[in-house]
Design a protein around this ligand. Structure first.
Ligand code: BF8
Ligand code: SF4
Length: 637
């Protein structure tokens, strides 16, 4: 059934080993299911099938023949645009739901109803002041309460049609004006997602241009009702990340310890697992283990890496292979990017799959409902279950790849500014901007997103990052891409050796000034997908410093191996900011020349950014560099 060799599926040697082990153990994994799915539906790939009403499914002839219209009369442009809007709304909904949970959590913590604290009071005050919540003379609890109310207001209908507070306070006024002029300025996260579902249902919006612009609006909902709000509240409750050294890859698992992987997205659960894994070490020792080894997968992995240095086991496509090591005692999941196959894979080993979230169900898993109010009790139960599972290990099935790489994380904007302050305490952005102007830093590239069975995992992101660094670009990463670049060795000081001379000198100077014992890594880990907001914040700060629009910066965004709907809506946001946004594949819109042209061309005239689709890393790198050089020339630098 499987035709691709392990090295054609994943560039990583540890995963290649586990692909072979999985085959030997008789386990079916994502790559097998991918092969079995071939050929995938051509109508679906082009976005020209519709099942938005029960007269369907309808599909359009992609070669211009018949049928050219769905039964209701919708043509390919309308169908593609409607599908893309539903995808974008799906992406925005996940981040909004996540962010909404963070508001509730801050309130519960503030009211003493959940065992969490306000950890970063400075950030609390800074965010409050930014969004117009008064702080003077107020207790931190009062500020937090008022901030939560302000956040709720971004999810409530505004009769004055006021822009979202989190949007208006995060971007230069020029962006707000532009988005208003284009008609994509959102006023209420929930309403806009509801409207997108309404708009795309049978018989409502048939205008592909209008529908495509609504996709651009979903990008802003995702970014400001989701990402930015979520990052702010998580930093307030758990602390703003600071640089931390850790390691990446399946070699972080330890044969003689209880191994627990946290996987998913919302850090309220994983923070407590970190705490209780530490506290329950004596119980693990009593069970015959040397201790408890925690590791992270996907964005929860990024969250605990950023704040606690918990090592990364891997990205989305790693989850099944972490189980195949036979050494993972429990995989604890909440929501998003969790493969439903985990239970089937775990059934071949002793691993406990533990679901925890009310909307994250999985048949055959052990469900331990995780609630804020009982977070400590729930986390203890979960860790104890892992300790119990350790006793059931099947020694002959254990094979941990001896592969792990040094990886650094924790580069919040605050941390980057602190690091730069070691060079210029009074004007920390100056060294960064001066080096951009001087050409030592040729450009800034935000690299985000997932991994996807249709690509060789790491096969686009890693060579693309390597080429961009070699050509002098500083890279900021978030999401699963960070795990891939981390295990490829690009997120540690040694990676600076692959940078251009100018970039390497800058990284060395920052490293020396901060006594890092080496240069700053050329690829800076900013966190989870929610933390992509940090990439946006940094670009806004640099643009404001230079007194130019974001679209004028020598900068670009890329999601080389995108998979999830979230990557689509985040990409739309990057375009809205004014960035050339590279993606490794078109998000099922090739069936409409009109929609494709809007996304890859027309949007540039409206918001400054556009999508660019390319799966060859070298071609993508050259195009991104040409874009950066064009922007440099226009700025006269
Ligand atoms: O939010 S990068 S595969 S884990 S969607 Fe999912 Fe993609 Fe990973 Fe995080 Ni983001
Ligand atoms: Fe077909 Fe129109 Fe119904 Fe879609 S909405 S399934 S195109 S009839």
């Amino acid at each position: 059934m499987t035709t691709r060799k392990p090295e054609d599926k994943n560039i990583d040697p540890a995963i290649q080993q586990m692909i072979v082990k999985g085959q030997q153990d008789g386990v079916t994994v994502c790559y097998d299911r991918y092969e079995a799915m071939q050929p995938q539906c051509g109508f679906g790939e082009l976005g020209i099938c519709c099942r938005n009403c029960l007269q369907g499914p309808c599909r359009i002839d992609p070669f211009g023949g018949e049928p050219s219209h769905g039964i209701c009369g919708a043509d390919a442009d309308t169908i593609v645009a409607r599908n893309l809007l539903r995808t974008s709304a799906g992406g925005a909904a996940t981040h909004c739901d996540h962010a909404f949970e963070t508001i509730e959590m801050l309130l519960l913590a503030t009211e003493g109803k959940a065992p969490y604290q306000i950890t970063d009071v400075d950030k609390l005050k800074a965010v409050a002041e930014r969004v117009g919540v008064k702080t003077s003379g107020k207790s931190k609890e009062r500020i937090a309460h008022d901030l939560a109310m302000k956040a709720y207001a971004d999810y409530s209908p505004s009769r004055e049609n006021k822009p979202l507070s989190w949007l208006e306070s995060s971007v230069p006024p020029e962006r707000v004006e532009t988005w208003k002029k284009v008609g994509i300025l959102p006023t209420d996260g929930d309403l806009e997602i509801r409207r997108a579902m309404h708009e795309t249902s049978n018989g409502v919006d048939h205008d592909p241009v209008k529908l495509s612009l609504q996709c651009a609006k979903m990008g802003l909902i995702d970014a400001y009702s989701g990402l930015k709000l979520g990052t702010d509240f998580q930093d307030i409750v758990f602390g703003t990340p600071r640089p931390v050294k850790t390691s990446a890859n399946l070699g972080v698992l330890q044969e003689d310890k209880v191994n627990i992987a946290v996987h998913g997205h919302i850090p309220f659960l994983s923070e407590k697992i970190v705490e209780w894994a530490r506290k329950l070490e004596p119980e693990a020792k009593k069970a015959g283990a040397k201790g408890i080894q925690l590791c992270g997968i996907c964005c929860t992995g990024n969250e605990v890496l950023m704040r606690h240095g918990v090592p990364s086991a891997g990205n989305y496509l790693t989850q099944e292979f972490a189980v195949i090591t036979g050494a993972l005692d429990a995989i604890v999941v909440d929501v998003q990017c969790v493969m439903p196959s985990l239970v089937d894979v775990a059934n071949c080993y002793h691993t406990k799959v533990i679901t925890t979230h009310e909307i994250g169900g999985m048949r055959g898993a052990t469900h331990i409902p995780f609630a804020a109010e009982t977070a400590d009790e729930d986390a203890q139960k979960i860790v104890r279950l892992a300790i119990e599972a350790f006793k059931n290990r099947i020694p002959e099935k254990v094979q941990i790849p001896n592969v792990k790489t040094e990886m650094w994380g924790g580069f919040s904007v605050e941390a980057i500014i602190e690091a730069l302050a070691a060079l210029d305490a009074k004007d920390p952005l100056k060294p960064l901007v001066d080096n951009i102007k001087a050409g030592n830093i040729r450009g800034l590239v935000g690299m985000v997103g997932c991994d996807n069975t249709r690509f060789k995992d790491g096969g686009i992101s890693v060579p693309l990052a390597e080429e961009l660094i070699k050509e002098g670009c500083l890279i900021y990463v978030g999401g699963c891409c960070a795990h891939a670049l981390g295990r490829a060795g690009l997120m540690c000081p040694d990676a600076a050796a692959g940078a251009s001379d100018g970039l390497r000198a800058v990284l060395q100077a920052i490293g020396d000034a901060n006594k890092l014992g080496g240069p700053l890594p050329p690829v800076l880990h900013m966190g989870s997908c929610v933390d992509n907001s940090r990439v946006g914040d940094l670009l806004v700060a640099v643009a404001n410093y230079l007194g130019v629009r974001i679209q004028d910066l020598p900068a670009a965004a890329t999601a080389p191996e995108l998979m999830h709907e979230k990557a689509v809506s985040i990409g739309e946001w990057a375009v809205d900011l004014g960035l050339l946004t590279h993606i490794g594949m078109a998000p099922f819109c090739g069936g409409s020349g009109l929609v494709t042209k809007i996304l890859t061309d027309d949007l540039e005239g409206l918001v400054g950014g556009k999508f660019y689709v390319e799966s060859d890393p070298h071609v993508a790198a050259q195009t991104i560099l040409a874009h950066i050089d064009k922007k440099r020339a226009a700025l006269g630098i």
